[in-house]
Structure formats: structure tokens, C-alpha cells
Design a protein around this ligand. Structure first.
Ligand code: UD1
Ligand code: UDP
Length: 356
């Protein structure tokens, strides 16, 4: 059986790591296509090295641009790869423009689309990711849901065929990699912080890198009296520079770090501040309270469990939530058992046998 996996963004490299291993273990011929949406080494190459991912057979150079431009540039090249490889299915991850382009190219050619992280919804159509999620789920034959909430979201949209509750592949990756992160990483020493004595911040959502929300977030950071380690997405550091925003002396601004350094930093922080999807869950897995700089989340279970608070970008709300942040009472296993990747690989293999 042959699978064409489409990846292009930092979190997709992480998600693909355990699944590529599970596919290889089952003798599946996986062909990887990297769309080039993330191209800087610290958003791309470092993950291939650290996670020991096989080099992609196809490496597009579609790069940055407006949503339509970016998705449109990927489409003909992914289509050509699908025609060349004739895969049994195209595997796409998450909710980015790369996910949409991969699903669209395959769907138009009547090649089955398999969606990892199906069914997630923020119910906020202002997020570019929300439309990607809805369209990709519509086009998918196999929908691998990480949570029961995701299965219910699909049910509410009338999607039931091909839906499987498998758990979260990011959790599989986290279980395997987080233990080695603390051993190997000297990220805390480089940032000059002690375990439990700092905050870690990530920020890249389109809505948050506009000058006003950025200025409000910076104002909140200036009030907080703990060191803040801030590995900033290149788009965010560019926006900060362009808007002339000053971050204050307690903020340690660095370029994005690799998975292991980030795991070391996030797992030993007092509080994680983020607008990332994946980082909200990772904070939960580390048992670190999370303050989310958004007004909605797809990962609602972290809120219900008492480990995550949504604050948007209001200065007082951010400051109060960070000051008051404390661990939830319990940390039930909300995202599967660490074997989502094996389940997905088995289901893909079953699909291929059924078609023979
Ligand atoms: C994208 C995804 C987002 C995901 C994130 C993961 C979409 C709509 N957005 O957001 O869902 O959470 O990836 O990290 O698909 N840039 C660089 N170097 C790079 C890549 C980007 O400097 O290697 C800069 C460019 O100025 C670019 C900007 O970042 O315009 C935004 O990049 P883009 O790929 O559009 O979105 P992300 O914010 O990375
Ligand atoms: N991450 C990383 N280095 C960083 C920031 C994040 O390795 O400097 C990892 C993080 O551990 C998680 C993934 O990137 O596995 C999350 O990606 P991101 O926040 O870019 O995207 P989202 O999850 O919001 O789509």
C-alpha cells in the first residue's frame, strides 16, 4: 500500500513523526510531500533532524503569501505528485493551508483523503483554520478524531461515515520525546531561568499579530513580574519590530526553538501563555497551567478539566489569569492512550485490504 503524506507546517512535522513510524512498521510505502509553507530552518529543518523524519520525496517551494496565493500555488504541484505516485490515500494533518491544498488535490482526483485531527472546531470563522477544517472534513473518506468532542462536531454536521475516534498523535509524539527533552536540552540555562520560576510564551495567530492586540499583550507582559521566555514565530517578531513594540526587560525573546528545547521550556514553566493549538495540549500533558490568548479553542477538554483559561488579549484578563493560574485538580487522559498512530496505521491498512 502507498500513502502520500502532505506536511508543511511545524506542528505537522511533529504529528507525522509517530505515524510515519507506525506506517513503516506495517510495511506501508509512505511518500512524504513537504509543501514548503514553513521554510525557515527553525520552523522546518530542525524538526526533520530532531524527530528523525525521512527527507521528503517532494519538497515544494510555495512559501508565504496570502491564503489564496499560498493554497493555490501548492495545488498543481500536489496534484502532479498524486498523479505520479498513484497513492491508495492522501494523508493530511490538522487545519493549515497545506492541509486544505493536500485534501483538495486528492479529492479532485478521486483519491481517498485521510484526515488526522478531524472534527475539531473553534466555531470562529474569523480564524483561517476553521474553514480549512470544515472543508477538509467534507472531502475526507477517513476522519481520525482525537477526541469525543471532535466526533460529536462531525455528527452535528451530518458526517458519520469513516469517522474513527483514535486519540491524539501529538500525545504519542509527546510521550516518546518529552522524557528525552529534559536530559538533552540546556534551554533553561540559556534563557537564565530556573524550573518553576518563569513563564513561557508563544504567539502566531493571524488575529494576534496585528498592532493593537500585540500592543495589549506586550502591556500585560510588562506588568507581570516573572521572567518570560518567548520563542517567537518569525511573523510575530517581524510584527513586533514593525509596530515598534517594546517588550520590557523580563522578556527573553528568541527565534523559535526545536521540539526538545520547547518541551524542556514548556514542561518546567510555572505557566504557559499561548495562542497555539498544540501548545495548549502539551501544557496539559506537562501538568502546567495554560493561559490562552484567544477567546475560543478547539481543545475544550483542557478548559473543562481546569487546566486552561481563555483570556483573549485584554490586558487585565491576561495579568489576572497568569497571576491566579494554578494546577487543576486532576489530569484525566483526555487525548487517548499514546497509540493513536498505530490505530490510524491499522485503519489505513484495513482500507487498502477492503479495496482489493
Ligand atoms: C501556519 C498555519 C497555522 C498554524 C501554524 C503553525 C495557515 C492558515 N496557518 O501559520 O494554522 O498554526 O502555521 O506554526 O495555514 N514565515 C517565515 N518563515 C517561514 C514561514 C513563515 O518568516 O518559514 C512568515 C512569513 O512572513 C509569513 C508568515 O510567517 O507570511 C505567516 O506564515 P504562514 O505560513 O502564512 O502562517 P503561520 O502563521 O506560520
Ligand atoms: N514548538 C516548538 N518550538 C517553538 C514553539 C512551538 O517546537 O518555539 C512546537 C510545540 O511543542 C508544538 C508545535 O510546535 O509541538 C505547535 O506548533 P504551533 O504552535 O506552531 O502550531 P499550532 O499547534 O497552533 O497549529
Amino acid at each position: 500500500m502507498r500513502i502520500l503524506s502532505v506536511v508543511g507546517n511545524r506542528p505537522q512535522f511533529v504529528k507525522s513523526a509517530p505515524l510515519s513510524l507506525a506506517l513503516r512498521d506495517r510495511g506501508v510505502d509512505e511518500v512524504v510531500l513537504h509543501t514548503g509553507q514553513h521554510y525557515d530552518d527553525e520552523l522546518s529543518a530542525i524538526f526533520f533532524e530532531e524527530l528523525e523524519l525521512a527527507p521528503p520525496r517532494y519538497r515544494l517551494e510555495t512559501g508565504s503569501g496570502t491564503h489564496g496565493e499560498q493554497t493555490g500555488r501548492m495545488l498543481p504541484e500536489i496534484e502532479a505528485a498524486v498523479l505520479e505516485e498513484e497513492p491508495d490515500a492522501v494523508l493530511v494533518y490538522g487545519d493549515t493551508n497545506s492541509t486544505l491544498a493536500g485534501a483538495l488535490a486528492a479529492g479532485k482526483l478521486l483519491v481517498p483523503v485521510a484526515h488526522v485531527e478531524a472534527g475539531l472546531r473553534s466555531f470562529d470563522r474569523a480564524m483561517p483554520e476553521e474553514l480549512n477544517r470544515m472543508l477538509v472534513d467534507r472531502m475526507s473518506s477517513l476522519l481520525f478524531c482525537p477526541t469525543e468532542a471532535a466526533v460529536a462536531n462531525l455528527g452535528a454536521e451530518g458526517i458519520a461515515d469513516g469517522v474513527h475516534l483514535v486519540g491524539d498523535v501529538m500525545y504519542d509524539a509527546n510521550l516518546r520525546l518529552a522524557p528525552i527533552a529534559r536530559e538533552r536540552s540546556d534551554a533553561l540555562a540559556r534563557a537564565g531561568v530556573e524550573p518553576g520560576g518563569y513563564l513561557v510564551l508563544t504567539l502566531h495567530r493571524e488575529a494576534n499579530v496585528a498592532p493593537e492586540p500585540l500592543a495589549r499583550i506586550a502591556e500585560a507582559l510588562a506588568v507581570l513580574d516573572e521572567p518570560i521566555v518567548f520563542p517567537a514565530h518569525p511573523r510575530t517578531s517581524a510584527a513586533i519590530a514593525e509596530a515598534g513594540i517594546r517588550l520590557g526587560p523580563r522578556v527573553y525573546l528568541t527565534p523559535p526553538v526545536g521540539y526538545l528545547d520547547f518541551a524542556a521550556l514548556a514542561s518546567q514553566a510555572r505557566v504557559v501563555l499561548t495562542d497555539s493549538g498544540g501548545v495548549q495540549k502539551e501544557a496539559y500533558w506537562y501538568g502546567v497551567p495554560c493561559v490562552t490568548l484567544r477567546t475560543t479553542t478547539e481543545w475544550v477538554e483542557t478548559l473543562e478539566a481546569g487546566w486552561n483559561t481563555l483570556v483573549g488579549t485584554d490586558v487585565d484578563a491576561i495579568v489576572a489569569a497568569v497571576r491566579d493560574a494554578s494546577p487543576g485538580a486532576e489530569r484525566p487522559p483526555l487525548y487517548g492512550d499514546g497509540h493513536a498512530s498505530e490505530r490510524i496505521a491499522d485503519l489505513l491498512c484495513t482500507m487498502s485490504r477492503d479495496e482489493e
